[in-house]
Ligand binder design. Structure first.
Ligand code: GCU
Length: 694
């Protein structure tokens, strides 16, 4: 049974005014074939959108008759490659009021149509447009950690709509997902979990290839390539070989034959994502080979099919001893990969998480960005809110992603930000067109969708899906602009309502950070579920995720006298992080073990900062709830109620975090909150001062 679902930002609600009416009535299509699946879908979407919003059924006509037909000039879609790369489009209007949409190929046309539809929905006059949009990132992907039994690893929005009972599902939702993804420029989708086990290992066999081919066809109609995650041990688990050694001839022939079968069934398959030698997954290290040996074997074999291998850099020792103060998980990505820079074949792309740990609310940028110079790279972020509130707590992540993208690595004299690197501008082919001809750079997000009616559990979490796509396409967009678009399209063009929603989104990341773990130290979450506080939950575990709090201070010494992690950055970042006084306050505990009495740049002691930020965080959640409640009459009741219920849970969670973290540090330090607020010491609720041991 298909569960019903909403259309999110593609709802195409009726617009009050129809200033755009004359433009949208007639369209001339020049140089594009309506029979092409992408063009057909673009036209279908245009009719659906314009029909829904303006109650008009757009008609096709000839260019020559365009002017005669409408009161104004209509829409003229034409093929023009000049200055446009794959996915790019240009829109401008002439004096007669004809709006011209130009694209060099079909996906550009599709994205241009979605752009126009957004403008209509936001009631922007199309005749005033003059834009040229080439995508900044060539690969813009979502990664779905969906399992074939229908569960989703780190999924907070119901079950999978790609798999059910160990089968691939292709239905109306597949198409709607593709529409949503394409509407924000996504052009690659990995549908299965990076941890490939059980039935998922069999995805590359005849058992599932038929259904996958159908899905790939639907995706292709929206300019999206299907990708699969691969089990590195498949030669053993499927093929019965006794090894998966990348240098073994037998293993090579096994993969060669497997890929022949897969690509003959799904010629449009984009390639494979591989999590190897990580968290118990098999990989080349088992055979004493390098990550490059592992990736190149697969890459060479998929090369004839025009496919790529996305190789993850999330490789670290997950059986660490907490007593070992020298091994530092933060160092692992760089230590495991830097030596192989330049050793990867041209269709391998290393996929690197934004931070050196694991999608915490605050981390420095992974030093692999700027470290690797001769290797194709992609940035991996997570919009599934594993550590950031699990779509119960509101946490709009686009400001975080923007911080990452604008981080200056100092790896080159110019064009040295993460945005420059992952777009290929820094180390890829210098010519934009050449780069676009063989896309090897970009961004991927671990996605937050599931089969719930509203796709993302919390209705407001859809802003992260929308925002990721928009940002990956155009890294110059601000988080606020994106939030505005999303709120208008999803809820309302009424400025009061829209701006209130935008304000909620924009403040949410800081709020979440305030009531959870302080100043970049991360973790302190309930082990395995990763929701809610457990300050020492990971402190004595094997995962390498420690905060090292004692009675004097907290934080991990990653300076050059500590684990030496700072040395993985270029100067001046390395020195800035290394020196306590220069280290950005928000990352202080990531890089330093700091006494509670240390005075921060803000003028507060560390301990007082911890108390204050936690009290503030909870107050902010209370205020967010008031704002949301003030919108009751302005919003449709279902999403209103759903979000209201989430906020109530968020408040409970925030209070729990505040009280556990504050009490923990009070008990460790013996230093009372100078404002005398409730913190829970040995005798229960303390106002602090009377039992202070300062
Ligand atoms: C995190 C997450 C896992 C996931 C892993 C990964 O550790 O908790 O569920 O498999 O990241 O990115 O591979």
């Amino acid at each position: 049974m298909e569960k019903k679902w909403t259309q999110l930002w593609l709802a195409y609600r009726p617009c009050r005014e129809s200033e755009n009416g004359p433009v949208v009535r007639y369209t001339a299509l020049e140089g594009f074939d309506l029979a092409h699946p992408v063009v057909k879908n673009a036209w279908r979407e245009w009719r659906r959108g314009i029909g829904g919003m303006l109650g008009i059924t757009p008609k096709l006509t000839e260019r020559e008759t365009l002017q005669k037909e409408g009161a104004r000039g209509g829409l003229w879609i034409r093929r023009n490659e000049d200055g446009l790369i794959l996915g790019g489009y240009r829109i401008h209007a002439d004096a007669a009021g004809t709006v011209c949409l130009e694209a060099g190929e079909e996906t550009g046309l599709l994205y241009g149509v979605f752009y126009l539809l957004r403008c209509v929905a936001m009631q922007r006059p199309l005749t005033e447009l003059s834009i040229c949009c080439n995508p900044d990132n060539l690969l813009r992907m979502t990664n779905h950690w969906d399992n074939m039994d229908g569960s989703i690893e780190r999924g907070y929005s119901g079950r999978s709509f790609f798999f059910e009972k160990n089968r691939v599902i292709v239905n109306g939702r597949t198409r709607d997902f593709a529409r949503l993804a394409a509407s924000v420029g996504i052009n690659g989708v990995v549908i299965n979990n990076v941890n490939v086990k059980d039935e998922a290992t069999w995805l590359i066999t005849q058992k599932h290839l038929g259904a996958l081919a159908k899905m790939a066809e639907i995706f292709a109609g929206y300019g999206i390539r299907l990708f699969l995650s691969l089990n590195y041990a498949a030669p053993m688990e499927l093929g019965g070989l006794d090894s998966a050694d990348p240098l073994s001839e037998e293993v090579r022939s096994w993969w060669a034959e497997r890929f022949r079968i897969v690509f003959s069934a799904i010629p449009k398959l984009g390639g494979f994502l591989v999590k190897a030698d990580s968290e118990g997954r098999p990989g080349p290290f088992t055979y004493g080979r390098t990550q490059a040996d592992g990736a190149n074997l697969l890459a060479d074999l998929v090369q004839p099919y025009g496919a790529v291998i996305l190789w993850r850099c999330f490789v670290y020792n997950c059986t660490q001893d907490w007593r070992d103060y020298k091994t530092d998980r933060a160092r692992a990505g760089y230590d495991n990969f830097i030596g192989t820079d330049g050793a990867y074949h041209e269709n391998v792309i290393l996929q690197i998480k934004n931070g050196p740990m694991d999608f915490q609310i605050r981390e420095p940028v992974s030093p692999l960005f700027g470290g690797l110079r001769r290797t194709n790279q992609m940035l991996e972020v997570q919009i599934a809110q594993e550590y950031t509130g699990q779509q119960i707590d509101l946490c709009y992540l686009i400001p975080l992603f923007q911080e990452v993208l604008s981080f200056q690595t100092y790896c080159a004299k110019q064009q040295d930000t993460v945005a420059d690197i992952v777009s290929g501008r820094t180390f890829g082919e210098k010519d934009e067109k050449e780069r676009a001809a063989r896309p090897r750079w970009g961004m991927a997000a671990v996605c937050n969708t599931g089969n719930e009616e509203n796709w993302t559990g919390n209705d407001l979490a859809a802003a992260n899906f929308y925002g990721f796509g928009r940002l990956a396409f155009d890294t110059s967009l601000s988080a606020e602009e994106i939030a505005k678009e999303w709120a208008s399209l999803t809820f309302s063009n009424d400025p009061g309502t829209r701006d209130a929603v935008v304000a909620l989104l924009m403040g949410s990341r800081d709020t979440y950070e305030k009531y959870t773990s302080p100043l970049g130290i991360g973790w302190m979450v309930t082990p395995s579920t990763h929701y809610g506080p457990s300050v020492d939950g990971y402190e004595y575990s094997r995962w390498g995720t420690y905060h090292r709090a004692d009675h004097l201070g907290v934080g991990v010494d990653r300076t050059d006298v500590g684990t030496g992690f700072v040395r993985q950055y270029h100067e001046p970042n390395a020195s800035r992080y290394n020196r306590l006084e220069q280290c950005p306050q928000e990352l202080l505990l990531f890089f330093h073990h700091v006494p509670y009495s240390y005075v921060l740049p803000s003028g507060k002691t560390l301990i007082q900062h911890i108390y204050d930020s936690h009290f503030e965080g909870v107050r902010e959640v209370e205020r967010m709830i008031e704002v949301w409640e003030s919108l009751r009459e302005k919003l449709p009741s279902k999403p209103y109620e759903r979000v209201r219920e989430r906020f109530a849970r968020q408040l409970e969670n925030a209070r729990e975090w505040r009280d556990q973290v504050n009490s923990y540090f009070y008990r460790k330090s013996g230093i009372a909150d100078e404002k005398g607020r409730p913190v829970y010491g040995a005798l229960g609720k303390e106002t602090g001062n009377e039992i202070s041991v300062q």
